[in-house]
Design a protein around this ligand. Structure first.
Ligand SMILES: [Zn+2]
Length: 202
């Protein structure tokens, strides 16, 4: 594709443009569509996402993930990612990576910095089984979201969970959980609170 020329800004406009290329409505080859920024399949506003595809933008900032592929010759294609928003034209910085928690995670976090600044301080889910159990339990869910800033839950603020391994990919929203599940590093355990225990180890 020769041109970045006509590409618009903003996740929604880029997604529309991407489909115009894919459907041969532009002078670019449909096969080159993946080189245009578009919403990563499965993420809000993107192909295969079961959250719904409203024609009107949401009333509040709504994180999503943009991606494109860059031909690199012999090494095959390289993936690039950046955060996007379904409500405005904000776009985050570009991150390269393989897309399995590498590059995509950074971009999704940027999008949450845009929509829910300070999300890192939300109370984390600390056990893997609780990722499913807490949202199903009325009382535990109420307890978790009682610590969220007012209005955030209805606007799709993320659930934060301790990750199981390095670069565990963040999970996009779906109809049953209309918010991202962001997998974050478990903090160093009680290091500050129990200096005596630490000393006893050495
Ligand atoms: Zn926005």
């Amino acid at each position: 594709m020769t041109a970045t020329v006509a590409e618009p800004n903003g996740a929604r406009a880029r997604q529309t443009y991407y489909w115009r290329v894919r459907n041969a409505r532009t002078r670019h080859r449909p096969e080159s569509a993946d080189q245009a920024w578009h919403i990563q399949p499965g993420h809000p506003g993107g192909a295969y996402c079961d959250l719904g595809h409203d024609l009107d933008p949401p009333a509040h900032h709504t994180p999503t993930l943009l991606s494109r592929s860059r031909p690199t010759g012999r090494r095959g294609d390289e993936q690039e990612f950046r955060g996007g928003c379904l409500a405005c034209e904000w776009e985050g910085p570009v991150h390269s990576g393989d897309g399995f928690g590498d590059g995509d995670n950074e971009a999704v976090e940027d999008a949450h910095d845009h929509a829910f600044p300070g999300w890192q301080t939300l109370p984390p889910i600390t056990k893997v089984e609780d990722r499913w159990v807490v949202p199903q339990s009325r009382s535990r869910w109420a307890q978790l979201i009682s610590q969220y800033p007012a209005g955030w839950v209805n606007q799709g603020a993320p659930v934060v969970a301790w990750r199981r391994y390095r670069r565990e990919a963040h999970a996009p929203p779906h109809a049953g959980r209309p918010r991202y599940e962001l997998r974050v590093t478990r903090p160093p355990r009680d290091r500050a609170r129990h200096p005596a225990d630490q000393d006893a180890l050495f």
